[in-house]
Design a protein around this ligand. Sequence first.
Ligand code: ZN
Length: 191
Amino acid sequence: MPILKIAQLGHPILRTPARALSKDELLLPATQAFIDDLILTMRDADGAGLAAPQVYNSLQICVLEVGNNPRYPYKPKIPLTVLVNPVLEPLTEETFSNYEGCLSVPNLRGRVNRYAQLRVRAWDRHGNDLDFVASGISAGTYQHEVDHLHATLFIDRVTDSRSLCTWQEFERHYKAKFVEEVLAVVARWGS
Ligand code: ZN
């Protein structure tokens, strides 16, 4: 099972809406093997999530997992989750400011407003219905990954371009304040 190459900002596949899968297509051995590769690639790159278009496959599949992530040590945990044909529905008008990065956007982070609570509906990798609520920082991660399936990158949602920074300057100048904000979001939303 190979580690896949990750498309970088400027590649047209990142700007192409992904197509939905049928259940038969999802259950094909080739699709199941692809999902295994997507998970491996996310873990290899220390991503909190990875969407199929990011590895040059324009399908509505994304994976998320947050354990002890060195890229995002302050992120609340998310167990391994595979979403197929996901639909997100905000459950609140309330948003929070998330400092995001992306494996397809090299060395850049910026502030993005994300809904604080969502209903997530999708299939799992076996085509079973998923229907759950995601909250807080984790809700931001779901929005980032599902955005990829609709050809949207976090940089499109950065409301103040003056928040853009490299990863090194984030560590130096913005991380401490942002970690405080994360703790407040976790206290408010539980994750
Ligand atoms: Zn991304």
